[in-house]
Design a protein around this ligand. Structure first.
Ligand code: HEM
Length: 253
């Protein structure tokens, strides 16, 4: 789209170089991806770029830049940040190299089908689509039951729905898919003392759709590897329970 096609109130199209943005300066204020910027199918990485925790242009990014970003932006512990970033680069066969965010979405490596808000990679394509399907965002939010917070059971409901709509996911990618959501469930969990612990659905919608952090939010605690594994197992158990219940219901009909 050329800048002349934009409404007058739209911020001018501009260039991002590294972490600097002519509109936000050196702050962590949000600025959406500009036409020349590179983005991935990962809401966490795109959000870090949109807030300048990694290069705003999404290009020439090293594993250690991502480690620093994950710690500063989301409060991940050093072991969890090192694990995600370096294992990610290993799987992408990019150890000691720099990547653009788009390359991180190489299909079948870290990337997988049955994503929550992205379509499956079309046959013959090397990279996953980065477009977000607003209808899938609505369905993800509709899967939240019993309050305004999303928990592991809600995520399980959404994963079951999406896995039915795609070819069968192998065990490793099914684990990755649970892990992706387990991290953010830990980072934003709220509601101690109420009847439902979970993350505010408004935060989830904004993050997964607009790739934006909640206004003024900064991490106040560390999200670690063991807690993430525990949450991922909780999603897995909830998925198994849903599948058992469905099988029982099918027997009765
Ligand atoms: C705070 C850390 C992170 C969180 C919370 C996170 C979360 C997520 C979530 C929720 C998705 C699923 C989007 C969807 O289903 O539509 C996703 C996708 C993805 N993430 Fe991340 N991520 C994190 C870090 C990383 C890192 C470090 C890498 C790679 C180096 C990475 C690579 C990917 C890729 C390739 C996808 C696409 C998978 C798919 O096909 O759905 N992520 N991430």
């Amino acid at each position: 789209m050329s800048s002349s096609a934009l409404p007058e109130s739209h911020p001018a199209v501009h260039e991002h170089k590294g972490k600097t943005c002519p509109v936000t300066g050196q702050t962590h204020d949000f600025c959406a991806a500009q036409p020349e910027d590179s983005r991935s199918p990962c809401p966490a990485l795109n959000t870090m770029a949109n807030h300048g925790y990694i290069s705003r242009d999404g290009k020439n990014i090293s594993a250690s830049e991502i480690v620093g970003g994950l710690k500063a932006c989301y409060g991940l512990s050093t072991p969890l940040a090192l694990f995600l970033s370096h294992v990610g680069f290993l799987v992408l066969r990019k150890t000691f190299r720099r990547v653009s965010l788009f390359e991180i979405g190489k299909h079948g490596q870290v990337e997988h089908n049955a994503s929550l808000v992205h379509h499956d990679t079309p046959a013959g394509e090397v990279y996953a689509p980065i477009e977000i399907d607003a209808g899938l965002v609505d369905k993800l939010i509709d899967d939240v039951q019993g309050g305004e917070r999303m928990n592991a059971v809600d995520v399980a409901r959404a994963r079951i729905r999406r896995e039915k709509e795609s070819p069968v996911l192998d065990g490793v990618h099914a684990e990755i898919a649970r892990g992706e959501m387990a991290i953010i469930l830990g980072v934003w969990e709220e509601g101690a003392g109420t009847d439902k612990l979970g993350i505010p659905v408004a935060w989830m919608r904004r993050w997964i759709h607009e790739e934006k952090l909640p206004d003024g939010w900064r991490p106040t605690r560390k999200q670690g590897l063991l807690d993430t594994v525990k949450r991922s197992k909780a999603i897995r158990t909830a998925m198994e329970n849903f599948r058992k219940a469905e099988a029982e219901a099918a027997k009765d009909t």
